[in-house]
Design a protein around this ligand. Structure first.
Ligand code: INI
Length: 155
C-alpha cells in the first residue's frame, strides 16, 4: 500500500518571514493583511512572523535569500503586485521576480512562497487582494504553512 504524505495546516510553533514590496502598496498592504490574518487563524503567533519591506518586487529575491540563509524561518512568504503599464518593464519585473523566487527556494531548500499578483490593471489587482477573487496573500500564507509542515514530514 502506498504511503501518502501531506503538510498539515497547523501553524503553531512555525516561524515565517513575510517579504513585501512597497511598490503598488495600495495592493501590497492588503496582501500583507491577508497573509497575517491567515497565519494567525492557523495558529501562528504574532511574534513568530517578521515583516520585511522592499522597494519593489525586483528586490524580493535577494532579501528572501538572505532571510532563508539566516536559518531563522520555516518558510518565506513573498508579496508584491506587478501591474501592467504602457511599457514592457512590468513584464520584465514579473518574470524576473518569479524566476528569482523559484531559484531562492531551490538553492536554499526552504519553502519560498510566491504571493505576487500579476494584473492587467488596478481593478484586476484589487479583485485579487481581498475582493471578489479572494486574497493572494492569504493563499500564499496557507501554502507556506502546508509546505513548512510537509518538509518536516518528509525529512
Ligand atoms: N515593482 C513592482 O513591485 N511592481 C511593478 O509593477 C513594477 N513596475 O511595473 O515597474 C515594479 N517596478 C520596480 C522594481 O520592482 C524595482 O523596485 C525598481 O526597478 C528598482 O530596482
Amino acid at each position: 500500500m502506498a504511503k501518502h504524505y501531506e503538510g498539515i495546516l497547523i501553524g503553531k510553533g512555525l516561524k515565517f518571514a513575510v517579504v513585501v514590496s512597497r511598490f503598488n502598496e495600495l495592493i501590497t498592504t492588503r496582501l500583507l493583511e491577508g497573509a497575517r490574518d491567515a497565519l494567525v487563524r492557523h495558529g501562528v503567533a504574532e511574534g513568530d512572523m517578521d515583516i520585511v519591506w522592499t522597494p519593489g518586487c525586483l528586490e524580493i529575491p535577494l532579501i528572501s535569500k538572505k532571510l532563508a540563509q539566516s536559518n531563522k524561518y520555516d518558510a518565506i512568504i513573498c508579496l508584491g503586485a506587478v501591474i501592467r503599464g504602457g511599457t514592457p518593464h512590468s513584464e520584465y519585473v514579473a518574470s524576473e521576480v518569479n524566476r528569482g523566487i523559484g531559484r531562492v527556494s531551490l538553492d536554499t531548500g526552504l519553502p519560498v512562497i510566491q504571493g505576487i499578483i500579476t494584473a492587467d490593471n488596478l481593478e484586476q489587482a484589487i479583485q485579487r487582494a481581498g475582493a471578489k477573487e479572494g486574497n493572494k496573500g492569504s493563499v500564499a500564507a496557507v501554502g507556506a504553512i502546508e509546505m513548512a509542515n510537509l518538509l518536516k514530514t518528509i525529512q
